[in-house]
Design a protein around this ligand. Structure first.
Ligand code: FES
Length: 110
């Protein structure tokens, strides 16, 4: 497992996202109300909508294309739709850096 600093907590706007690219992998990193930061793959499992452009409500994001509701915490698509988005562990270090934990193979760096 590798740890990558992807920015400082102050650089992440609340209830919005930042896109982080690691090789061919694109992540949408969200800071929820209250400061929790979560990272999910920036691709809706329905038809590939950019989840970074979705509307955040609580701990969910609504896909901008067809409004599927997806949990930012576990990536699960909420009923009546079905599916899952890959999530990636994130933590805030003692300096306020947002640190992504990821297997290098997941970053698909060639
Ligand atoms: S592409 Fe996301 S709901 Fe259709």
């Amino acid at each position: 497992m590798n740890e990558i600093i992807i920015g400082h907590l102050s650089e992440f706007p609340e209830r919005r996202s930042r896109v982080v690219r690691l090789g061919s992998l694109e992540l949408a990193v969200f800071k929820q109300t209250g400061g929790t930061v979560t990272a999910i793959e920036n691709r809706c499992p329905h038809k590939g909508g950019k989840l970074s452009e979705g509307i955040v409500c609580g701990s969910h994001v609504y896909c901008p294309l067809h409004d599927w509701k997806i949990s930012l915490n576990d990536g699960l698509v909420q009923a009546p739709d079905d599916g899952c988005v890959q999530t990636f562990p994130v933590y805030i270090d003692e300096s306020g850096n947002v640190v992504l934990r990821i297997e290098l193979s997941e970053s698909k760096v060639s």
